[in-house]
Design a protein around this ligand. Structure first.
Ligand SMILES: Nc1nc2c(c(=O)[nH]1)N[C@H]1C(S)=C(S)[C@@H](COP(=O)(O)OP(=O)(O)OC[C@H]3O[C@@H](n4cnc5c(=O)[nH]c(N)nc54)[C@H](O)[C@@H]3O)O[C@H]1N2
Ligand SMILES: Nc1nc2c(c(=O)[nH]1)N[C@H]1C(S)=C(S)[C@@H](COP(=O)(O)OP(=O)(O)OC[C@H]3O[C@@H](n4cnc5c(=O)[nH]c(N)nc54)[C@H](O)[C@@H]3O)O[C@H]1N2
Ligand code: SF4
Ligand SMILES: [Mo]
Length: 865
């Protein structure tokens, strides 16, 4: 254990904003977390997830040693076995019979080693990454337009712009600190903000205009914009000579239809006029554009507008694809996608291949792109890939057709998983499990959305035998007999990567950080690339692109709409993120504070759909597609469009086995990028005929194995929501099974069909269960708070009269609940954000909940009108 120490400067392990964090170890395995005031991304700010990092450093349940076939093993035994099985498979079936599936959360150094091993030494490009599910369409769009995968701009462009268009992005929840910077700029200089999203998200609270676009119609919208720009003389006479393809792009754009966007003509007109009439415009997007079966075309439809007007690479203007994961950008730099090489070089280019092979002094070099993630897991299923190593990602949850992917992993001849937990849905299916050092225990670098490279630094010792991912990969490479994998630490790997980027820079690559090859790695301050012969903050204002003729390419985009939903699955399911959870919840899922915001897998459904389906608020819906099935809690809300419900992607076999959204999502991919369309699964919805609903709390983990269940951490224990379609013969036996112990107290209200049970230990409440024929209404926070208390009054299930139920948490930092806020608003005690902050504290710390607070005030205002 590390002694209480001085603060360590590191970088947040969550989103691509890449905030600097100051971590101060407490000497007991934990650390105090604060924003780094000197980091250029956040200047001391953190969002609620970043602020709660200290609560997620738990060691409980960590994978502490390698496991082979479920039994603990030594590192030597595990690494020898992997090397032997990989070598044997390659000898018998060729290099394409093995694969690595990696992650945009790996550090650049880990990623570099994985890519070098696979492409240069195994000689296959069967290395793909979860960035395929995330950024692939933007990468492909950038490469088509710019000749290279380059994000032209910087975060301060958002602060200098007069118009910021947020398309297919819920920035307020997914890139909260960047959103706060934008809101501050708006307050200071009146930036106009347009949000384009079929849903009315929290991001819309700070917008001047929300375009609730028909799902998938974005290319129509931006093609209409391109036409408007041309027709009003908006194409730049100075910039057009630097481009090719303008005529073809315009011709294709002429086919766009205003009706396809589903927008009110006046709103559409307002948007077109605003964009056309504002020089300083940033168009920022993420998964609402990328995750589509025509995502690459949508990206190019946006890029075309910025290219045609020359609004690119100058302060306050440009197209901006924000990365999701903390090192999605670093992964693109090392060439971690199956169709890239290294340092933005191209795998199909023989000169590029020869240069990289020469630098690596490697025996071979992959000559063609490898399998992209969906194809990769299909090849695993078909037995064409016989040895698979998954690092730092949880595809059994996050891939489309997730049930099928889970089965493929389980059936693979030899599956290795490197993770920090042994029980993830993916790890549970592996033959060999390798314990990885987690955030805070390892060193390396990450690159954020604006191309700033920052250090992650260790401030805790890795537990047990956990080792960093780069070390695991290098050890296997050495045991396979490969030279060039004997680094003594991440600094040496970074230096090699930087040196290789110099070779790439000489071949014309924009990614050149050779100036950092000899840098003081330990002391490295956040730095923007490129850092080679060229050093600059923005790209392309000069009209110099990385295409063969040096000109930027406008790509003709024929706007398509997603295929209509079939009659049998009449709803189009949109999926995505919630404010306080990260992906498959393996870290954020540990924090009671973060579980309070939205604690259960849910289906956001328009009131009209809910009424037609006979689904009341808080009922359970059974959602089905040809791929699979999920049961979700109904949240009735007019924030979604009719026919287009939304469900979060986060719940897993561990936290809510029937709430796994990707069980429903088909593996429909973009033909150019291979990125799956994760936002438009055709589904059928019907009410789940639940015989009873339940709510349980327990000091020990709950795995109740009911038709529907989902767990969440609470202070001092665990909670679970439950439901079943059949009434049990014996309620006490049911309670015993769910709580893992026979109840000491039981209370039955036969008239209402309500059963209450409590398990006591030494007179203190150790578990409780409420069962009811209707969704359980009780003060959950109050009940969970009684765990460990000597008050069996818990069975009342109601907060005492002098202690009003605060309701679901809105402000997670200061723990202010919805009921508390609504009471104060209804009483007229607070009428503005500032007054809420002053009276209740809500919204005054990280600010992530400010859009929701503003929405509550709006509700009140609308009700009063
Ligand atoms: N809290 C939190 N933050 C995160 C993450 C997390 O797990 N939790 N993950 C990080 C990662 S890896 C990523 S990639 C980013 C993702 O960040 P975002 O892309 O902002 O997040 P999503 O919720 O996936 O989707 C964004 C929006 O796209 C909208 N959308 C769906 N279909 C369409 C469409 O056809 N057109 C348009 N215009 N919009 C559409 C959805 O309604 C949704 O609001 O977030 C990062 N930040
Ligand atoms: N339906 C739907 N599906 C989606 C999306 C969507 O919007 N809708 N979004 C997609 C996107 S954009 C993304 S990025 C993916 C994300 O999906 P995943 O990458 O699958 O999700 P994570 O939960 O981030 O998985 C990270 C894993 O790494 C483990 N881990 C943590 N630290 C370490 C470490 O240091 N080393 C190692 N080896 N392991 C570690 C964690 O415990 C966890 O199991 O999901 C995609 N799937
Ligand atoms: S915005 Fe929040 S999650 Fe993203 S890097 Fe910053 S603190 Fe971390
Ligand atoms: Mo992502």
């Amino acid at each position: 254990m590390t002694a209480p120490g001085p603060s360590v400067r590191t970088t947040c392990p969550y989103c691509g904003v890449g905030c600097g964090v100051l971590a101060t170890p407490d000497g007991r395995g934990g650390a105090a977390i604060a924003g780094d005031p000197d980091h250029p991304a956040n200047r001391g700010r953190l969002c609620v997830k970043g602020a709660a990092l200290g609560e997620t450093l738990s060691m409980q349940g960590r994978l502490l040693a390698p496991r082979i076939g479920g039994a603990e093993a030594t590192w030597d035994a595990a690494l020898d076995l992997i090397a032997e099985r990989f070598s044997r498979t390659i000898a018998a079936h060729g290099p394409d019979a093995v694969a690595l599936y990696v992650s945009g959360q790996l550090l650049t150094e880990d990623y570099y080693v994985a890519n070098k091993l696979m492409k240069g030494f195994i000689g296959s490009a069967n290395i793909d990454t979860n960035s395929r599910l995330c950024m692939a369409s933007s990468v492909a769009g950038h490469r088509r337009a710019f000749g290279t995968d380059t994000v032209p701009g910087q975060y301060d462009d958002l602060e200098q712009a007069d118009l910021v268009v947020l398309v297919g992005t819920n920035l307020a929840w997914c890139h909260p600190v960047l959103y706060q910077r934008l809101m501050a700029a708006r307050a200071a200089r009146g930036t106009k903000i347009v949000v384009i999203d079929p849903r009315r998200t929290a991001t819309c609270e700070g917008a001047d205009l929300h375009l609730a676009i028909a799902p998938g119609a974005d290319a129509h919208l931006f093609n209409l914009l391109l036409c408007r720009l041309f027709d009003t003389g908006g194409f730049s006479a100075a910039f057009l000579p630097k481009l090719t393809g303008a005529d073809a792009a315009l011709t294709a754009a002429r086919a766009a239809r205003a009706e396809a966007t589903g927008l009110d003509p006046a709103d559409l007109e307002r948007f077109l006029a605003l964009w056309a009439g504002t020089e300083k415009v940033v168009t920022l997007w993420s998964q609402g554009i990328n995750q589509s079966d025509s995502g690459t075309d949508k990206v190019n439809a946006i890029l075309n507008c910025h290219l045609a007007t020359g609004r690119i690479g100058r302060p306050g203007m440009g197209p901006f694809s924000v990365t999701g994961q903390p090192n999605a950008m670093g992964g693109r730099e090392v060439g971690g996608l199956a169709n890239m090489l290294a340092c933005h070089l191209e795998i199909e280019n023989p000169v590029h291949r020869a240069a990289v092979q020469g630098f690596w002094a490697s025996p071979t070099m992959a000559e063609r792109p490898g399998l992209k993630s969906v194809e990769m897991f299909r090849a695993v299923e078909a037995g064409r890939i016989r040895a698979l190593w998954i690092l730092h990602t949880n595809p059994a949850v996050s891939m489309p057709e997730a049930d099928r992917v889970a089965r493929a992993i389980a059936a693979c001849d030899f599956a290795v998983v490197s993770d920090v937990w042994p029980d993830t849905d993916t790890a549970r299916r592996a033959h060999v499990l390798l314990p990885a050092a987690a955030w805070g225990e390892k060193d390396g670098t990450v690159t954020n959305s604006e191309r700033v490279i920052s250090r992650q630094r260790a401030f805790l010792a890795p537990p047990g035998q956990a080792r960093p991912d780069w070390w695991q990969l290098a050890q296997v490479a050495r045991r396979m007999g490969f030279a060039g994998f004997d680094w003594d630490g991440p600094a040496a790997i970074f230096a090699e990567h930087a040196a290789l980027s110099g070779v790439a820079g000489a071949l014309g690559s924009d990614f050149d950080i050779s100036g950092l090859a000899g840098a003081d790695y330990d002391g490295l301050s956040p730095v923007t690339w490129p850092q080679g012969k060229v050093r600059r903050r923005r790209f392309f204002a000069d009209g110099q692109f990385h295409t063969p003729d040096g000109r930027g390419r406008m790509v003709p985009v024929v706007a398509r709409l997603p295929a209509p939903v079939p009659e049998a699955q009449p709803f189009r399911l949109n999926t995505g993120r919630i404010r306080d959870q990260w992906h498959t919840m393996t870290r954020t899922g540990l924090s009671p504070r973060l579980a309070q915001h939205l604690g259960e897998p849910y289906l956001e459904l328009h009131p009209r759909d809910a009424a037609a389906l006979g689904l009341a608020p808080a009922a359970l819906a059974c959602v089905e597609s040809p791929q699979g099935r999920a049961i979700l809690r109904v949240l009735v809300s007019d924030r979604v469009r009719p026919g287009h419900p939304f469900a979060p992607m986060h719940w897993t076999g561990e936290t809510g086995p029937t709430g796994r959204t990707n069980a429903l999502v088909p593996a429909l991919t973009d033909p150019v990028s291979g990125q799956p369309a994760s936002k438009s699964a055709a589904v059928a919805i019907r009410p789940l005929a639940a015989a009873w609903h339940g709510y349980a709390v327990s000091r020990t983990p709950l795995r109740p194995d009911c038709a529907y269940w989902a767990t969440a951490p609470v202070a001092g224990g665990h909670a679970a929501e439950l439901a079943c379609t059949e009434a049990p013969g014996d309620w006490t036996a049911l309670a015993t099974r769910i709580l893992g112990a026979a109840p000491d107290m039981a209370l039955t209200d036969r008239a209402r069909g309500i059963h209450r049970f409590a398990v006591l230990q030494a007179g203190r409440l150790s578990a409780a269960l409420f069962l009811s024929p209707e969704p359980v209404v009780l003060a959950r926070g109050h009940l969970a708070g009684l765990l460990g208390q000597s008050a069996p009054a818990a069975l009342a299930g109601r907060a005492p009269a002098d202690l009003p139920d605060p309701g679901p948490t809105v402000c997670a930092c200061l723990n202010v609940g919805l009921n508390t806020l609504m009471r104060a608003i209804a009483a007229g005690e607070v009428t503005t954000l500032a007054e809420i902050g002053a009276a209740l504290g809500a919204g005054t710390n990280c600010g992530s909940c400010r859009p929701e607070l503003a929405a509550l005030l709006d509700l009140r205002r609308i009700a009063a009108e």
